[in-house]
Design a protein around this ligand. Structure first.
Ligand SMILES: Nc1ncnc2c1ncn2[C@@H]1O[C@H](COP(=O)(O)OP(=O)(O)O)[C@@H](O)[C@H]1O
Ligand SMILES: [Mg+2]
Length: 209
């Protein structure tokens, strides 16, 4: 295992009854890289990400992030953030408050929070939209806010569960380029961020080589 791998996992298994949703999966994601897993619906993508984020426990196997074993570390202590497949922004909070949520929990002062929010909104291509409500945004814009909400926490590893699923084909291609660009940008930032995305069949047909 490279000690500088953002993610290293070996022989991960998660069974639901007799069904092995994750069946001996091993991965090595080098630091700061963009790593995609493609697979049809039901093949275990979300289950795998939940194991990595700590929302679920493997029946077998080990998970290391930046060389540290994570199996017994609770989700809030893992340097990981997950953007869920069915993204849920808080509908009654502004875009800025949605993004600030994790920062507030970390007790970051207001002035610093505002600065970070403005910066991350610029990075996802939505500058100045702090005061909008989620329902005043397009699907693609909402998806980018969900991404911003995670990016702002500067995780070592960003887990994206079908981040392009809700988008039409054209927007999806555009977002793919943007995601890679973003990830590179963050990769050169203070804590480099590795990015693991999982992608369903609707994206596979539109996939770049
Ligand atoms: N909580 C659960 N209980 C029982 N079976 C589950 C549970 N979560 C997922 N599964 C099953 O595990 C398999 C993988 O599901 P999932 O990881 O959601 O697939 P994907 O995200 O690739 O569509 C499916 O067969 C699904 O029915
Ligand atoms: Mg899924």
């Amino acid at each position: 295992m490279g000690m500088d791998s953002d993610l290293f996992c070996e022989g991960l298994v998660r069974r639901f009854g007799s069904n092995a949703a994750v069946d001996h999966v091993s991965l090595d994601v080098p630091a700061g890289t963009f790593f995609s897993i493609l697979g049809p619906s039901g093949c275990g993508k979300t289950t795998l990400l939940r194991l990595l984020a700590g929302f679920d426990k493997p029946d077998q196997g080990d998970i290391h992030i930046r060389g540290q074993r994570m199996n017994d570390v609770p989700p809030n202590r893992r340097p990981v953030n997950m953007v869920f497949q069915h993204l849920a922004l808080f509908p009654t909070m502004t875009v800025g408050d949605n993004i600030a949520y994790g920062l507030k929990r970390r007790k970051m002062p207001l002035a610093e929070r505002r600065k970070r929010i403005a910066r991350v909104l610029e990075q996802v291509g939505l500058p100045g939209l702090e005061h909008r409500n989620p329902q005043e945004l397009s699907d693609g814009q909402r998806q980018r806010v969900a991404l911003a909400r995670c990016l702002v926490l500067e995780p070592t590893l960003l887990l994206l569960d079908e981040p392009l699923g809700a988008l039409d084909l054209k927007l999806r291609e555009q977002m793919k380029v943007e995601l890679k660009h973003l990830q590179k940008q963050f990769g050169t930032g203070l804590p480099p961020t590795g990015c693991l995305t999982v992608t369903g069949p609707s994206c596979m047909c539109a996939r770049n080589p």
